[in-house]
Design a protein around this ligand. Structure first.
Ligand SMILES: O=C[C@H](O)COP(=O)(O)O
Length: 232
């Protein structure tokens, strides 16, 4: 991925297997993200499957989902299991009640904290995440029931989050049942990336297959998002 202050908003596409990884890369995904959509918002694939997905996404940056830990020990185990999978970033949930300061993060690969929109994340957590060693932070929705990110958090709240990430030098991401028509308003907040799964699947079914035409359309819309709207 580019540095956290890059002005172009990237397209993250979550994929479940090597075939989808290759398809997403070919259709214009900037960041190919390995996860198991059948296991909820942040279900990880087993390490051997993750490694195969990352290998198939060759030619650009990748991330892999580690999971939703209930404790610092569980977080360490999840991250250790994927440390050698070849991904450029690991993503792990940081639920309320889990103190980021107790997490032992690997130096490589860098780790992105995933916060859930339903919890109403306070932007004050962002510098705490930075101090704990995270390289990025994103907001996603925990419950995939059709409600989008902006059904939970208003644009000014999301802007406060992306601003806090910029100030802390963290890569930022926004996701949560996004659709193509969410792109203009969210890209204007200048996150590092927008993350998609369901909105780029046939019938908006995140457990179904990715539709390459929708990925291409998302990439085009992001490329067309007004560059001067991206905050410096
Ligand atoms: O990391 C991004 C997520 O995979 C987004 O999934 P979703 O668009 O189905 O909510």
């Amino acid at each position: 991925m580019p540095p956290a202050d890059s002005r172009r908003v990237r397209l993250l596409v979550s994929v479940r297997d090597p075939a989808e990884a290759a398809l997403a890369r070919a259709a214009g995904a900037d960041l190919v993200d390995a996860k198991d959509p059948a296991r909820g918002a942040l279900g990880g694939l087993p390490p051997d499957e993750t490694r195969a997905v990352i290998a198939a996404a060759a030619g650009g940056p990748t991330s892999a989902v580690a999971g939703e830990p209930a404790s610092g020990e569980e977080a360490a185990a999840m991250l250790a299991a994927l440390a050698g999978c070849g991904a450029d970033y690991l993503k792990i949930a940081v639920p309320p009640g889990l103190d980021p300061a107790v997490l032992r993060l690997p130096v490589v690969p860098p780790v992105i904290a995933v916060l859930f929109a339903e919890d109403g994340p306070d932007p004050a957590i962002v510098p705490v995440l930075a101090a704990a060693g995270f390289s990025g932070a994103m907001i996603d929705t925990r419950v995939k029931d059709g409600r989008r990110l902006t059904d939970h958090l208003a644009l000014p709240q999301l802007a406060a989050f992306t601003d806090a990430c910029r100030r802390a030098g963290l890569l930022s991401g926004l996701a949560g049942s996004l659709r193509l028509d969410d792109i203009p308003a969210l890209a204007a907040l200048a996150p590092g990336y927008l993350g998609f799964r369901g909105g780029l699947c046939a019938g908006a079914d995140r457990r179904g297959g990715l539709d390459p035409a929708l990925i291409r359309a998302a990439a085009r819309r992001l490329a067309a998002a007004p560059a001067d709207a991206a905050a410096a």
